[in-house]
Design a binder for this molecule. Structure first.
Ligand code: DGJ
Length: 714
């Protein structure tokens, strides 16, 4: 679908969007939006895009190129910053050549004076519409080039007036904010050495007041697990752009003659149907291009021991927990932190990856065998990049700590970071993990990372990049040796969630906050970039460990359904009634798992901001959850209009979950619910549900309704 429009323009097309690139004098995106399939001549494009030159500025037109250059007259934020010992600080790149290979356009540019070249790689996935972009810089100069920044820049249209960004903290990931894009920039910088809770490397721009279901929107995500910077700017001439990249520390990258640096990949998507369109494209792209899941294997339901027993590991008791878990329908049992030598709290033992034989005198295998005999897979927690000062490893190798010599070592969660760029340290960790996986039937590893990098130096130079790449290498090497083992990316919850880590892992631990009310927002925002099957969603204890709030099983169960489901508590201590309820939700999840993990996720716009209406659908069915987060804004709920249904089909309505209610805020239910409660069938035409909508009951705060619509055979 891609085509050379002329010697100077290339157009890439997907089912949803088109990208038109002008190649010279320097590569520039002239269009990135709704698919245009009939633009074919250079003169047509040139006639319409040629810009005026304003008074009192440079006498030439200055494009916002794919790597804006201060030397060309782009007075905004440069795509490249660096120098050869102070020289060549403002290079100007000229297009030299390009190749178009299917969906992929590669453009070469050079500055002959500075002896630097850049290669820009653009790929528009024709199926999902996701555009991937990366950029490389090569130094052809005899002098070393100190690289300070090589950013990815994408222009956005004037009508992109708002940016939605995502910030957070431990136990409160992915909170969204909106900012106007006008006269200046919205910026964000992450220097924490991991993807971070604080600033997700992604944003969405769109027209004023875009919503889940309406508006033109563009999403951007940088696939990188280290430091990053973001900028969304309206220039003084009104043109605007998104710019992002790896945030390099001083002196972090120095290129010798012939060496090159390649940026992380920027993923962008476009939708003219609001955020739901972006969800659809991003999910499709991740499913087809990022994830390495066995498509034929359903995602097993988890039980994770963390909030159940913390560091108190007793194998007999754990076996009892496993037996209860199996009864409830759990398919994978994971022992969390606390299994290795001396790990009785979070103050000691990280780095000493041998079993605590005081806790497990007969080894781990009897527990694993018990779990396997119950028909479940076994998983285990590790945190390989870390070391406690109180550990045999630290006592033997204090020099393996990632730090800057002679500066104080500051601990975080009582731990320090190991320098994975030291080959002996890397090999030590690899062998610990390899031995663990070789000696036990372990199907799943929860790979945690619980602190930021402070003063991260290798050979006295800044080393966030080196550490990030070494982390990838360690995971890759382990996966190479144990390809069947699945890995969860966890970093105090959702502190390391991005597409680059997802290429080598299988799901995320979304948040340490299992409070279902908080999870409603966290999961909904995560779902803009990640499909539900990679988001760990667990039913936690009724009394949330992080917020101290108390929630019914209705809210906890329905909230955990829409992800990779699990349970995180001690089933032995739970009441028979609660255990039955866990079993019910697990069963419900399994029943709808295929739809949940392959269908189209959506969120409905509501005039009442206290409710979340969301679901998943495919050609024959739709699952809808309505979560009433707080006291409703209005006394009658807005009917739901399901515009994704087939208007010619008849749908049967099945009420999967009707929350309890007292006399409080509702006298009686809408008619269709009364009919279902008296075991009458309710069938409604798609066109009616699409245009008139379904009346809803008035829900008490902190409750969920769950409705299933299934197409009737005609
Ligand atoms: C932080 C994780 O997010 C938790 O789920 C748990 O694994 C603890 N670490 C264990 O130390």
């Amino acid at each position: 679908m891609s085509q050379e429009l002329s010697h100077d323009f290339v157009q890439l097309n997907s089912q949803i969007s088109s990208l038109i690139v002008r190649l010279s004098p320097a590569p520039e995106i002239v269009y990135w939006g709704k698919a245009i399939l009939d633009l074919t001549s250079e003169s047509e494009i040139l006639a319409i895009i040629d810009r005026a030159v304003s008074q009192a500025r440079l006498d030439v037109d200055v494009p916002v190129t794919l790597c804006p250059e201060i030397g060309r007259g782009s007075f905004g934020s440069s795509g490249l910053e660096g120098h050869h010992q102070g020289n060549n600080w403002a290079p100007v790149f000229q297009y030299t050549s390009h190749t178009l290979n299917g969906e992929r356009l590669t453009i070469e540019c050079k500055d002959e004076l500075a002896k630097l070249s850049i290669t820009i790689d653009l790929q528009l996935d024709s199926q999902s519409g996701v555009l991937s972009k990366s950029i490389s810089l090569r130094n052809h100069n005899k002098a070393d080039y100190q690289l300070e920044k090589l950013a990815l820049t994408i222009p956005i249209p004037y009508r992109a007036k708002e940016v939605m960004s995502f910030s957070g903290r431990w136990s409160r990931e992915f909170q969204s904010q909106r900012h106007n894009i006008e006269h200046g920039a919205f910026t964000q910088e992450n220097r924490r050495g991991r993807t971070s809770h604080e600033y997700f490397p992604g944003c969405i721009v769109g027209n004023k007041a875009f919503t889940h279901q309406t508006g033109e929107v563009w999403a951007f995500h940088l696939g990188w697990s280290g430091n990053h910077h973001w900028r969304v700017e309206a220039k003084s001439d009104g043109r605007r752009f998104v710019q992002t990249g790896e945030l390099l520390m001083s002196g972090e990258v120095s290129l010798k003659h012939g060496e090159s640096y390649t940026s992380p990949t920027l993923y962008s998507s476009y939708s003219c149907s609001g955020l739901n369109g972006l969800r659809a494209e991003n999910h499709r792209f991740v499913r087809q291009n990022i994830l390495q899941l066995d498509q034929d294997k359903p995602r097993p339901v988890h039980l994770n021991t963390w909030e159940g027993i913390y560091f108190e590991h007793d194998p007999d008791y754990i076996c009892q927990m496993a037996s209860e878990a199996a009864q409830m329908g759990v398919e994978r049992f994971i022992i969390d932190d606390g299994w290795f030598k001396g790990r009785n709290n979070d103050k000691a033992a990280l780095g000493d990856w041998v079993l605590d034989t005081a806790k497990y005198p007969k080894g781990l295998n009897p527990v694993i065998e018990h779990v396997n005999q119950l028909g479940m897979e076994f998983g285990i927690w590790v945190e390989p990049e870390m070391v406690n000062p109180d550990s045999d490893l630290f006592r033997a190798h204090p020099e393996w700590v990632l730090s800057t010599p002679r500066y104080p070592l500051t601990t975080g969660r009582n731990q320090l970071v190991l320098n994975l760029q030291i080959p002996e340290c890397f090999e030590y960790l690899y062998h610990c993990l390899d031995d663990l996986l070789s000696q036990h039937n372990i199907a799943y590893v929860k790979w945690d990372m619980n602190r930021e990098l402070l003063q991260p130096s290798h050979k006295r130079k800044a080393a966030v990049r080196g550490q990030t790449l070494a982390f990838y290498r360690l995971v890759d090497k382990l996966r190479g040796a144990h390809p069947k083992v699945e890995i969860e990316s966890c970093s105090s919850g959702g502190g390391r969630m991005d597409y680059e880590v997802l290429k080598r892992t299988h799901r995320f631990w979304s948040s340490d906050c299992n409070d279902a009310l908080e999870r409603q927002t966290i999961q909904q925002n995560m779902s803009l970039f990640f499909p539900p099957e990679v988001l760990g969603t667990h039913i936690g204890p009724a009394h949330s460990h992080t917020t101290r709030r108390q929630h019914s099983i209705n809210l906890r169960g329905v909230t955990a359904l829409f992800g990779h489901m699990g349970v995180e508590l001690d089933p032995v201590k739970e009441s028979e009634q609660e255990r039955k309820a866990f079993a019910k939700y697990i069963q419900l999840h399994k029943q709808h798992r295929e739809l949940l993990h392959s269908g189209h996720s959506f969120v409905l716009d509501s005039c009442d901001k206290t409710r979340n209406a969301y679901g998943v659908y495919d050609d024959t069915q739709l699952l809808l959850a309505i979560c009433q987060k707080a006291m409703p804004d209005y006394s009658l709920p807005e009917p739901v209009l399901l515009d994704m249904l087939d208007e010619d089909a008849l749908y049967q309505l099945i009420l999967l979950e009707l929350p309890e209610h007292g006399e409080g805020i509702m006298k009686h239910y809408p008619n269709w619910i009364e009919q279902l409660r008296s075991n009458e069938e309710v069938r409604v035409h798609g066109s009616v549900l699409k245009q008139i909508g379904l009346s809803l009951p008035i829900q008490d705060p902190e409750t969920c309704l769950l409705i299933y619509f299934v197409k009737c055979e005609s």
